[in-house]
Design a protein around this ligand. Structure first.
Ligand code: GN1
Ligand code: MG
Length: 359
């Protein structure tokens, strides 16, 4: 039995474990697929990045509450195949929702079979995703528990800018100089990009339970194309609906890659925008306020901007947060998100016109 198999044995999966192999490409946690013999289901074993999620106990309580709530909603609606439409936490043998090996925190989930995720989706899939996120927010609207913020100020733009300013001041890795032009442009637009925080302080923008990491590869589809569920629930917490709307478009409506070196490939794809927005408003319009709807184009630009700020701060700090594949990776990511942000801003008028046309 190797180390990973030994870790898996602290949970109580049905069936005999045959193999544990790396799975997926998240930038934060490490995931492994636990293969089992015969008809028993497979599992997903994850090492939780506890430097980032510092309160693992609360994190796991959040996930348990959210998945139980969604499961109840799906059951009430008479959905079939529920184990593939919501995540299932597998408790550790001692009954806890995680296992601590003295150094690392682990959790286990049921592996969702015959599912696929994508780095890019077409308009048809984007529309499904829009419907699904609107529905996700609606299902969680009446959760009895108040969820903790698993990462405080996660999508607080003022806080993210403060982190960037600290990183610029410290210049820990000596990388500020070549990034100066980008930093200046970020600062020039800073006040406007913090509008969400401003509206919230004025009591005009609510927080609702959101997913907060709706990048397109966090959505599972059935092999037939049907949408199954959203995964990566670590960041589910109260936030502005802009998070889910904006982060999906940041990843799905980018004609290039999140870390594209070729900036001429990067741009904001209006066909994806239209399909996703139409789907999202179909399921969310009933509960959204006018202020939320009016600011959807702002949200579409905010998320590439925020991700640019976050990648840049990490680059300046010497790559302490995101996993990187090569030394300049965070600089490349910063430039790609910067280009996407500029493109999204250039499309703001067209976005507004489309939203008006469908309401
Ligand atoms: C991280 O874990 P993953 O790769 O789905 C990050 C998101 C970023 C994203 C950028 C907890 O998501 O906020 O938008 O990378 N998650 C955390 O690709 O910071
Ligand atoms: Mg992920």
């Amino acid at each position: 039995m190797n180390k990973l198999q030994e870790t898996a044995s602290h949970f109580a999966p049905a069936g005999v474990v045959t193999d544990v192999r790396p799975f997926g490409n998240g930038l934060i946690n490490d995931s492994y697929r636990v293969h089992t013999e015969g008809a028993a289901p497979d599992y997903l074993l994850q090492r939780i990045n506890h430097h980032i999620f510092q309160n693992v106990e609360q994190l796991q309580e959040n996930i348990a509450a959210v998945t139980a709530h969604i499961r109840r909603k799906l059951t009430d609606r008479g959905e079939q195949d529920i184990d593939r439409k919501v995540l299932t936490l597998i408790p550790a043998k001692d009954g806890k929702k995680y296992y601590f090996d003295g150094e690392n925190y682990w959790r286990m989930l049921l592996f969702i079979p015959r599912s696929v995720s994508y780095e890019k989706v077409d308009p048809t899939y984007s529309r499904y995703a829009g419907l699904a996120f609107g529905d996700f927010q609606r299902m969680l609207a009446d959760m009895p528990q108040t969820l903790g913020e698993t990462i405080p100020d996660f999508h607080n733009m003022e806080f993210r800018l403060q982190q960037l300013r600290d990183a610029v001041r410290n210049d820990a890795a000596g990388r500020v100089l070549p990034m100066r032009a980008i930093i200046d442009e970020i600062e020039r637009r800073a006040t406007d990009m913090c509008r969400g925080e401003q509206l919230h302080r004025e009591g005009r923008l609510p927080k609702r339970v959101c997913h907060c990491d709706t990048k397109v590869n966090n959505i599972l589809f059935d092999e037939s194309g049907e949408l199954l569920c959203v995964v990566d629930l670590d960041t589910v917490m109260p936030n502005y609906i802009f998070s889910d709307y904006g982060d999906f478009l940041r990843t799905a409506a980018n004609t290039g890659d999140e870390d594209d070196r070729n900036l001429s490939r990067v741009g904001f794809n209006m066909a994806i925008f239209r399909a996703f927005t139409e789907g999202y408003l179909t399921s969310a319009r009933a509960f959204l306020t006018d202020i939320e709807i009016d600011h959807l184009p702002y949200a579409a630009a905010l998320f590439p901007y925020m991700q640019c700020v976050r990648f840049l701060a990490d680059y300046l700090n010497g790559d302490t947060y995101y996993k990187i594949q090569y030394p300049e990776h965070n600089a490349v990511r910063t430039r790609a998100q910067f280009a996407l942000w500029q493109s999204a801003e250039a499309h703001a008028q067209a976005m507004r016109a489309y939203i008006e046309s469908i309401l």
